[in-house]
Design a protein around this ligand. Structure first.
Ligand code: RNT
Ligand code: ZN
Length: 418
């Protein structure tokens, strides 16, 4: 440990202690928070099954930065590189299309064996795994409908895919000894004003009931459902809206997945967490950064990210919230994208853990809003950077921007040779 880092850390600790903030304890809490890092940033949401299919579902990746992973081996190597630059032990979030198999398997027939290599890798790396059925980029989703499709045969295909996905989630959970979250997101919706808004929602509800009919040990797998406001090509109507899934999840004890880009532009998910926590079984976050639309930009340390972290810490919601990332940018180095977004999410949590929450809550209860505002603002300049540096150093990962040189070397030696 460099003596400068240690010295700055000790000084920071004393400053924070004056306001009742125990920095060592904050770092212990932080070390126990797992971020679910989405595999799909590594290859622009292409996957390995159906690689001939274009990306559909109303989501879009732009940019053609060289070096995208083309095989499971390359993707795992890239993830390993990223994790070597991120403090803490985390999870990898897989989509069904990332199956690692030579078999030509259809999505309704996937089985745990198709993901075995991911599991042995995760074991070796000490990582957890999460899962998602892939209800897009497929022949049977090309008209924009999956679980709510009017054709019962197509609907059944997607129902079977989602059922198979839950079993794979349970296999991950059982094998790795940590619960897998399997998140259902579907792109279903209409480009223009529908004549019937109800029937597709009725079909989706019934389809989900079938998907979730099989009981699965919640220690192995938890189900989540993700709502959305609109997608490209589905601007007028989304079957799985927020109200739809909030109702469904509350009634059926599912996790509610909130994606930061899935609401009206001035609507924030940070403000939803406390309310949902009072009623929901649990929450899954898709931390993302919408720029003017659901653009899935790399997460920066912006006000909303800080607010999400604050809400989790202040409301004591870390126990019932699963923090996942969801962004995909092909215009910059993809390993760097993971590192930047994940480190930022951890930094936001650290900052939230270093705030004088008790003092702020006390001031608020006493009606002393002056103190509340003053302390909030002064704390924005407290030396959290010293604590972050210490945490990185102690965790054996590069301090500050030192990680960038490692990514650049990896780009030269590995990515540009692809
Ligand atoms: C799409 C949703 C969904 C996807 C991933 C790939 O708008 O956010 O979570 O981004 O499943
Ligand atoms: Zn999402």
């Amino acid at each position: 440990m460099s003596s400068n880092i240690e010295k700055s850390y000790e000084e920071a600790k004393q400053l924070y202690a004056k306001h009742g903030v125990d920095v060592d304890r904050a770092l212990e809490t932080l070390a126990n928070i797992k971020i679910s890092v989405h595999c799909w940033q590594g290859d622009d949401v292409r996957g390995f099954l159906n690689r001939d299919q274009e990306l559909t579902g109303g989501i879009s990746v732009t940019g053609n930065y060289p070096g995208a992973a083309r095989t499971p081996e390359e993707l795992r190597a890239d993830l390993e590189k990223a994790f070597s630059l991120i403090p803490g032990k985390h999870k990898v979030n897989l989509h069904a299309i990332y199956a690692d198999t030579d078999e030509k398997v259809e999505l309704d027939r996937i089985e745990p064996k198709h993901y075995e290599k991911w599991v042995s890798w995760a074991k070796e790396q000490g990582l957890g795994l999460d899962f998602n059925p892939t209800c897009f980029s497929h022949e049977y989703s090309k008209d924009g409908f999956t679980l709510s499709h009017p054709d019962p045969n197509i609907r059944k295909f997607w129902i079977d895919h989602c059922k198979a996905s839950r079993r794979i989630g349970a296999y991950f959970g059982e094998q790795l000894g940590q619960t897998c979250v399997t998140n259902v997101w579907i792109p279903d919706g209409y480009k223009d004003t529908p004549a019937d808004r109800l029937a597709p929602r009725q079909r989706l509800k019934d389809a989900l009931d079938e998907v979730f009919a099989e009981p699965i040990n919640p220690a192995y797998n938890l189900d989540a459902v993700e709502s959305k406001l609109f997608g490209i090509g589905a601007e007028a109507y989304t079957v799985g809206s927020h109200e739809f899934y909030m109702g469904y999840a509350l009634k059926n004890n599912k996790l509610i997945c909130l994606d930061a880009g899935h609401f009206h532009p001035t609507e924030v998910i940070s403000n939803k967490l406390s309310a949902l926590s009072l009623f929901a079984e649990g929450i899954l976050l898709h931390v993302s950064r919408p720029v003017r639309w659901d653009s899935d930009h790399v997460v920066t340390l912006d006000d909303e990210l800080l607010d999400i972290a604050r809400e989790l810490v202040r409301g004591n919601l870390l126990g019932k919230t699963h923090i996942g990332l969801d962004f995909f940018d092909a215009s910059i180095n993809r390993v760097a994208a993971w590192v930047i977004g994940t480190r930022n999410t951890i930094k936001a949590l650290l900052r939230a853990l270093l705030e004088p929450v008790e003092a702020l809550k006390k001031a608020e209860l006493e009606g002393d809003y002056t103190t509340r505002l003053a302390l909030t603002e002064e704390f924005k300049f407290y030396p959290f950077g010293a604590v972050w540096d210490y945490y990185c150093e102690k965790s054996g990962v590069p301090v500050r921007e030192e990680w960038l040189a490692e990514v650049k070397a990896y780009e030269r030696n590995v990515l540009l040779k692809r």
